[in-house]
Design a protein around this ligand. Structure first.
Ligand SMILES: [Zn+2]
Length: 205
């Protein structure tokens, strides 16, 4: 793949002091995390550049999107609501948000200060009743399977496909590394979907 000077600069900034090959390997499943930040078939450079093109097309900055996600995953709202394991809130009457504490912290795979403890499941809702139903279902599931929160979330994701998994690390990955994770991982954050759901850019009008 031949890159323009601007693209090269973008990639260099995103990956920091890492070498591309080593980092790409580390991002695959069973390395820096069990599920991986890239699927087996994903490539880091093309993932970063495709998402960059999407961001340009929709006219939303990485910072703007990361801020909203930071608000949901790390912000004052969490503290105010005393949101913890299995607790939920509804964001702007449209998204059901559930927080799960993970068994241990996930370090940023790009090897810097980034660190996250929580997983945050965001589901799009059509009605208030639907949100209550989803929240109840999830609480029941969590009671059944207290031992492994990530499995509960992954099962749920495969079943419904109408949700996005974020983590405490998500805003850092987006802001600092311009990275939404690879299409081959369940933790992929589809930028166009995030922007539509959070009503940013053109979707806000
Ligand atoms: Zn990082």
């Amino acid at each position: 793949m031949s890159l323009s000077p601007a693209e090269e600069k973008f990639i260099k900034r995103a990956i920091g002091n890492n070498t591309l090959e080593k980092l790409e390997e580390k991002l695959r499943p069973e390395r820096a995390s069990r599920a991986g930040f890239l699927g087996q078939e994903d490539f880091l450079v093309s993932t970063l550049l495709e998402d960059r093109a999407t961001m340009k097309k929709v006219g939303v900055s990485y910072t703007e999107l990361a801020k909203v996600i930071y608000y949901l995953t790390n912000g004052w709202y969490m503290k105010k609501m005393k949101v913890d394991q299995g607790n939920d809130f509804v964001y702007k009457k449209q998204l059901a948000v559930t927080v799960y504490r993970t068994m241990g912290p996930q370090r940023c795979p790009f090897d810097d200060v980034g660190l996250g403890w929580s997983m945050i499941l965001v589901e799009k809702l059509e009605t208030y009743d639907e949100s209550q139903k989803i929240i109840k279902e999830r609480k029941d599931k969590l009671k059944e399977r207290k031992d492994d929160c990530s499995d509960v979330i992954l099962e749920h994701l495969i079943k419904t496909k109408n949700n996005i998994i974020l983590t405490e690390l998500s805003p850092h990955l987006i802001y600092r590394h311009k990275f939404f994770e690879g299409k081959g991982t369940p933790y992929r954050m589809e930028p166009a979907v995030l922007i539509e759901w959070f009503k940013l850019g053109k979707a806000s009008k």
